[in-house]
Design a protein around this ligand. Structure first.
Ligand code: FAD
Length: 417
């Protein structure tokens, strides 16, 4: 299963690659004012929401930007050449993303699950047929993927999923319900976990990729308290999936699920040190000066907490990346990064609450003030997504600190996004 190893190839010098990326971006995008640093106070879009509820136009723009970037050779820098990738090491991808941040480009967030989780899992576990059908399309933005793991009675306890896949010759028939599926309403392919046998927990699940437009797939959006509708319920009624779209072994889905969750925690935790722009210290400082709150001792203390938390998360992230570069698999540091993100988001929500006071609750029309309300309402969601904080703490306790496992009587826990 998966994509075969590539033969050794000549790779360009990193500086030449950077020059090529800069020339491409100069042609197709506008440089960001200040070269990727924070915009000045009062300048541009002041939205700072965590769950933006991407509009159709934003999804379309993200897809079109992917196509442009892919066709220029920067859309799948680490991917195998025979599938349209560039076959380069991860440091080239990091170099490209750093350069791209200096330009005005459509947000990548509508495609976050697709590129950060569905793509890598499919590449690792997919049959040649599934890889050929979906992988290039995902990285080019022609197809978008979502994660069909959580169910009404299976979240933290993911092994309890009850959606069933029943074998019928060369195909499977899927019946059940998923919930909290981010982006299902604009997705073309779903990474699904289903029960396939009466065997004991963790040995009775199989993973598939399914066509979200297939007969029997019904997507119903859920409205959240931030006002957006990023999540969905997905009902599966006699959905037929070819066996070639199975990921990994029959009843071996737990392994696939764990790999996906590690990719997910890595992708989410990557923002803990400031990856998504919310932790731009210059912008926060500008806000505190603007509001005349920068000399308040409580506000200063809250600011220091955010600053220290973000710096620590960044250092931890760099250490994890260095370990990954040295060939280590993603490990429990992903749980640490994810937990650091939610801690930093909570500290930031506390700071903006102290600084803005009533301006956080009532829209006065003043730039950069009420906009934070959407952010504050979104923070609790991050404590759940990617595995709840409690589950991350369990993982850290057991795998990093070596503390005793949860009592045997309790079921083994893991979690989805
Ligand atoms: C922003 C966001 C995006 C999401 N996107 C997706 C998606 O795209 N696809 C998808 O499949 N799912 C998605 N989810 C669902 C997410 O994976 C689940 O919400 C999460 O795994 C928790 O499951 P649950 O909601 O069923 O809560 P439960 O598992 O019922 O947990 C309830 C509470 O009990 C605590 N708890 C549970 N077990 C333990 C334990 N063993 N020890 C200590 N405390 C425990 C939890 O921490 C939590 O506080 C998303 C959720 C959010 C918030």
């Amino acid at each position: 299963m998966g994509v075969p190893d590539e033969p050794q190839r000549q790779i360009p010098e990193l500086d030449d690659f950077r020059a090529e990326a800069t020339a491409f971006l100069d042609r197709v995008a506008r440089p960001r004012r200040g070269g990727g640093t924070a915009p000045a106070w009062g300048e541009g879009d002041d939205r700072v929401s965590l769950f933006r509820g991407a509009t159709e136009e934003e999804v379309q723009a993200a897809r079109e930007w992917r196509r442009t970037v892919f066709d220029a050779g920067f859309g799948w820098i680490t991917g195998p050449v025979e599938l349209g990738g560039r076959g380069l090491p991860a440091r080239y991808e990091r170099a490209y993303l750093q350069i791209e941040r200096g330009y005005e480009t459509p947000s990548r967030s509508p495609l976050g699950v697709s590129l950060g989780m569905v793509g890598p899992t499919l590449q690792h576990f997919g049959s040649p047929e599934a890889v050929k059908r979906w992988l290039r399309a995902i990285y080019r933005g022609d197809s978008v993927g979502c994660q069909l793991f959580s169910e009404p009675d299976a979240g933290s306890d993911l092994a309890a999923v009850s959606t069933r896949a029943t074998r019928r010759g060369d195909e499977w028939v899927i019946n059940g319900q998923k919930v909290w599926t981010s982006g299902a309403h604009f997705s073309d392919v779903g990474l699904l976990l289903a029960r396939t046998s009466p065997a004991p927990r963790h040995r009775n699940l199989t993973a598939f990729v399914i066509d979200m437009h297939a007969p029997g797939v019904e997507v119903r959006p859920l409205r959240q308290m931030t006002g957006g509708a990023d999540f969905n319920e997905v009902f599966l009624n006699d959905v037929v999936v070819p066996d070639a779209y199975r990921l990994g072994e029959v009843d071996g889905g737990w392994k696939v699920a764990l790999a996906t969750l590690m990719h997910e925690r890595g992708a989410i935790g990557g923002a803990a040190g400031g990856g998504n722009g919310l932790f731009r210290m210059e912008r926060l400082v500008a806000m505190l000066h603007h509001l005349g709150r920068s000399t308040d001792p409580q506000v200063r203390q809250a600011y220091a907490r955010v600053h220290a938390g973000v710096a620590a998360a960044k250092a931890m992230r760099e250490r994890a990346e260095a370990a990954a570069r040295a060939g280590g698999p993603p490990g429990s540091e992903m749980s640490l990064s994810k937990l650091a993100l939610t801690e930093n988001l909570a500290a930031l929500a506390h700071l903006v609450g102290l600084a803005l006071g009533p301006k956080l609750l009532a829209d006065t029309g003043e730039w950069g003030t009420f906009a934070w309300s959407e952010f504050v309402l979104g923070v609790p969601g991050f404590r759940l997504g990617g595995g709840t904080d409690e589950i991350q703490r369990n993982i850290i306790a057991e795998r990093v600190l070596g503390l005793p496992k949860e009592p045997a009587a309790a079921p083994n826990r893991s979690s989805t996004s």
